[in-house]
Design a binder for this molecule. Structure first.
Ligand code: GLC
Ligand code: CA
Length: 557
């Protein structure tokens, strides 16, 4: 296997296995029912053992929490319920000591209306530098081409501010006024915020809602050249001052528009971008039990700059968004995965991975292993490694944001047992018969050889032995059944064959191996998978939903 070179170390994010969590719902260290940094620190050993290499923390800044912290009221402080800046420093030291990198949030498209910049702006004279930190108008006629994103709650991208006597622009909730990126002071101020967190020691920043920074008449106000220009200036700061840190773009756009956020040529914008185009196709492929939707989207998104990397995910803290799909595909996915109206939100699906896949362990493992196998770095949403469920009785997206389930003890191990029943957790713990904390928790799966947690852990460990997964090229294999996906990942001398049965029935298929593939060996105890080689062909039998990895010796190289 190819040893990691110095050049590989600089692009560490290509080998990363990322774990997404909210401090608020991960572990409560002081018994007030709210997760905090000391609690998170106490769970770092678990994360290290899980095998992930990078943590992505949802917003932990002072905020009225009307959008779970994406409504930032102070960019350079910590929400007092989660701890102090000193706690964050301590957390970074403890994470780094365990080889875990940390990605934090940079939410700069908008602030909370409680942010001092907005409070100042609404009082300031029209046309003044303070006022112009945000986007104002006397009418609601401007920028009509911009779609409404939170269409279940907002009816316009303009809201009236009585103090200012003007309308202000917002792409999300009305309490989240958009910053004005045409204003040089705004651009400079957000670069300073970026430097603040990089100086504190975070390894990367997720750029929230980054497609919508700039507005122009007669456009959708998404993906504008001026938005890309700002991202190039942010990247230039990183290249010059923080060369080992990364920018991760959250852009939920069609393939070509999403790819554009890596920048041109050598990659002069974001190092990483979430693979939003791929995500719904993974669910489509699973619903239909066929490989075509995956093959198609992977072909369309294969070309990215050398230093760029996709972040591949199944679920996150938001609804499973379908907004970039064709209406027919969207309807199909809604019918398959969200048959009840209360499962839907903003034209997406507000459910977690396990319920989406019918609490079926082989299906969950198949989906998870695909994210570990396809080109990019996988992102695991906290709790999905144990098959946590959701709570549709909670508002907005809170149903997929309930406290981590550590044990069957009162409080689920999320909060000290002595406080359970006395203090209310920040969001209710799941407590139903199927997904409740008494049945689904870390403690019960930890030592169980057959648990989802054990399987996910094993798969992560195996993946990390193969640089080909994060860095290699992808070659599809011709397969005799449309229900089976087969491909080879290759980087230097590291080469892995992946074969996945997307259907719910057993499959026996013939597949054609690319030239140069030597002897095949498995390093995993692959349940329900058998392979017989004859020359450049292989016969593979796969049980329902099985997926296998074979290390391939290379004949010519
Ligand atoms: C991003 C976040 C989402 C938030 C929105 C507005 O899409 O992922 O949770 O509500 O931005 O900040
Ligand atoms: Ca607490």
């Amino acid at each position: 296997m190819r040893p990691a070179s110095h050049a590989d170390a600089a692009t560490w994010y290509k080998d990363a296995v990322i774990y997404q969590l909210h401090v608020k719902t991960f572990c409560d260290g002081n018994g007030d029912g709210i997760g905090d940094f000391p609690g998170l620190i106490s769970r770092l050993d678990y994360l290290q053992q899980l095998g992930v290499t990078c943590l992505w923390l949802l917003p932990f800044f002072p905020s009225p929490l009307l959008d779970d912290g994406y409504d930032v009221a102070d960019y350079v402080q910590v929400h007092p319920a989660y701890g102090t800046l000193e706690d964050v420093r301590c957390f970074l030291v403890e994470a780094h000591r365990r080889g875990l990198r940390v990605i934090s949030e940079l939410v700069i498209n908008h602030t909370s209306d409680q942010h001092p910049w907005f409070q100042r702006a609404r009082q300031a004279a029209p046309g003044s530098a303070e006022r112009d930190f945000y986007v104002w108008s006397d009418t609601t006629d401007r920028y009509r081409g911009a779609r409404i994103i939170f269409r279940d709650t907002e009816s316009s991208n303009w809201s009236w501010d009585a103090v200012a006597g003007a309308y202000y622009w917002h792409r999300f909730f009305h309490h989240q006024p958009d910053l004005n990126f045409d204003h040089p002071e705004v651009r400079e101020a957000v670069l300073q915020v970026m430097r603040f967190w990089l100086d504190l020691g975070v390894d990367g920043l997720r750029l929230d809602a980054i497609a919508h920074l700039v507005e122009r008449e007669g456009t959708t106000c998404d993906n504008l050249p001026e938005t890309h220009a700002f991202l190039r200036s942010a990247r230039a700061v990183l290249n010059a001052e923080y060369p080992d840190r990364v920018l991760l773009a959250e852009v939920n756009q069609p393939p070509d528009e999403t790819r554009a956020y890596f920048g041109g040529g050598v990659g002069d914008e974001c190092h990483m971008a979430f693979h939003f185009p791929l995500m719904p196709r993974l669910f489509q492929a699973l619903a239909h039990g066929e490989a075509a939707p995956l093959v198609e989207i992977l072909r369309a998104t294969a070309e990215i700059p050398e230093t760029a990397q996709w972040a591949i995910f199944l679920r996150n803290h938001d609804e499973l968004t379908l907004s970039a799909l064709l209406p027919a595909d969207r309807d199909m996915l809604l019918q398959a995965y969200a048959p009840l109206p209360r499962m839907r939100l903003n034209n997406g699906i507000r459910r977690r991975l396990a319920p989406l896949l019918g609490d079926n362990q082989p299906r969950i493992l198949l989906a998870t292993t695909l994210t570990l196998s396809l080109p990019g770095s996988p992102v695991i949403y906290y709790g999905d490694e144990i098959g946590m469920g959701d709570n549709m009785a909670l508002a907005d997206r809170d149903g997929v944001r309930t406290p981590m389930q550590w044990s069957a003890a009162p409080g689920g191990g999320f909060m000290p047992a002595a406080c359970a029943g006395v203090v209310r957790p920040v969001l209710p713990l799941l407590d139903d018969a199927v997904y409740g904390y008494r049945r689904i928790n870390v403690a019960s799966q930890d030592g169980d050889a057959h648990s989802l947690l054990t399987a996910v852990r094993t798969r992560i460990r195996l993946r990390r032995r193969h640089p080909a997964f994060g860095r290699g090229r992808l070659q599809f294999c011709a397969v005799s059944s449309p229900r089976v996906l087969a491909f080879v990942r290759q980087y230097g001398s590291d080469c892995v064959l992946v074969v996945a049965n997307l259907s719910r029935g057993d499959e026996t298929v013939r597949l054609q191996l690319p030239a140069g593939i030597g002897e095949l060996a498995t390093s995993d105890r692959l349940a329900g998978v058998e392979l017989q080689r004859s020359g450049s062909d292989a016969a593979v039998s796969l049980a329902s939903s099985a997926i296998g990895w074979w290390t391939a010796a290379q004949q010519n190289g």
